[in-house]
Design a protein around this ligand. Structure first.
Ligand code: NAG
Length: 380
């Protein structure tokens, strides 16, 4: 044993800080974020022998999720765009030559409900059959579940077993045909899932069904809705739109409704009605037309004196959610002192002559994006 090793042992016997394991803590000890938000934890060393190495782990000893990153010295752990699966304990492990110590932090991730129906439907059942549909949901906080019939606000009586909320008909009747909605709600949001139930039966009476109970289409496209009907004599099929006339650019041929060049105003509920001498049957298709953003700047030209305040509003129409982003044409960054607010404004409290130029607002949704420009001139 050489001299320095002996010296070290001696120091340790004397209780020197040279031989103490790290003293470590984590800040904050617990935090709650929404899904998609980012957060970070800081690991602090307040004692023990130097050098101290820091490392972060998930839970007891698992690797970090790929959206969790720790800085070069390991002191800060950042979780970017948090997911429900990121919920749990994170551990900062500090080690030095004397040993290792841990400190823990807890991350809670809140998220809006996700709903699952079993069976998913649409369902075609025979009159008199027993039918049940179960609804379950994930979400944090734990969502509350309820069932109702489309067009009615009354909650249906349900049974709950193992967190599955079910509607049940011991013997279904033809007037039970319709669309049923399971709603899951927590503080983060409300999610609804629909199931269409068609009860077939009654000799010769029509039973109508549509090929899709819900459709989402993009602005300008052509939509084809099919409706089929059983019954004898062969039912006659007509199409209508709930509380509105059919769009004028429509055709109906053998039960197939075609809408060309749809716009947002064509969104709504379309009804197929199959009629014969025994009665009629309706089936519904809910159609949503989505559009890319259309963007404008208000105003799109501004003339100011140095020292004036600048405020330009970016406006976008189209399917929500829409993200707005301001930038300066030909430059990497907005000028110092410029701020893009959450509601889409570009603001500079006191403009300088060098702030003159063209500014651009880009609006983006899940369909596409578009941009608008505003010209700013500042005189000395
Ligand atoms: C379907 O047709 C029946 C009988 O012709 C009628 O009473 C009913 O109102 C129609 N429904 C719709 C939504 O047009």
């Amino acid at each position: 044993m050489d001299l320095s090793a002996r010296a070290l042992i001696l120091c340790c016997l004397l209780g020197s800080a040279l031989c103490q394991i790290p003293v470590v803590s984590v800040e904050p000890r617990s935090t709650t974020v929404r899904q998609g938000q980012s957060t970070s934890f800081r690991c602090q060393v307040s004692g023990g022998a130097q050098p101290v190495q820091l490392e972060w782990k998930k839970g007891n000893n698992q690797a970090l999720p790929e959206n969790a990153k720790s800085g070069p010295d390991g002191s800060v752990l950042t979780i970017v765009n948090a997911r429900p699966s990121n919920q749990g304990q994170y551990r900062c492990v500090a080690s030095n030559r004397a040993g290792r110590a841990n400190a823990n932090a807890v991350l809670n991730v809140k998220y809006a409900p996700k709903v699952q129906l079993t069976p998913e439907g649409p369902l075609r059942v025979r009159m008199g059959d027993p039918v049940s549909v179960g609804c379950s949901a994930t979400g944090r906080p734990k969502p509350k579940l309820s069932w109702k019939r489309q067009g009615s606000s009354l909650q249906l009586l349900t049974t709950v077993t193992n967190d599955i909320n079910s509607v049940h008909w011991p013997a279904i009747r033809s007037e039970d045909s319709g669309v049923y909605i399971c709603q899951a709600e927590n503080n983060e949001g409300v999610t609804e899932v629909k199931v269409g139930i068609t009860v077939e039966g009654g000799l010769g009476a029509p039973v109508a069904s549509v090929s899709a109970t819900e459709m989402t289409v993009v602005d300008g496209h052509t939509v084809v809705m099919e409706c089929q009907a059983s019954g004898s004599p062969q039912p006659v099929i007509t199409w209508s739109k709930l509380r509105a006339p059919l769009p004028w650019k429509h055709t109906v041929e053998r039960g197939v409704l075609t809408l060309t060049n749809v716009g947002r105003q064509d969104s709504g509920q379309y009804i197929c009605n199959a009629t014969n001498i025994h009665g009629y049957s309706e089936a519904y298709t809910q159609m949503e037309v989505e559009s890319p953003p259309y963007t404008t700047c208000l105003p799109d030209q501004v003339k100011l004196q140095a020292g004036d305040a600048l405020s330009i509003q970016c406006l976008a129409h189209g399917s929500h959610p829409i993200q707005l982003r301001w930038s300066r044409v030909g430059r990497a960054n907005l000028p110092a002192g410029a701020e893009a607010t959450n509601d889409g404004k570009l603001v500079i409290a006191s403009v300088k002559q060098s702030d003159s130029g063209t500014y651009k607002c880009v609006a983006t949704n899940h369909i596409g994006s578009s941009e608008a420009q505003a010209k700013v001139t500042v005189k000395a």
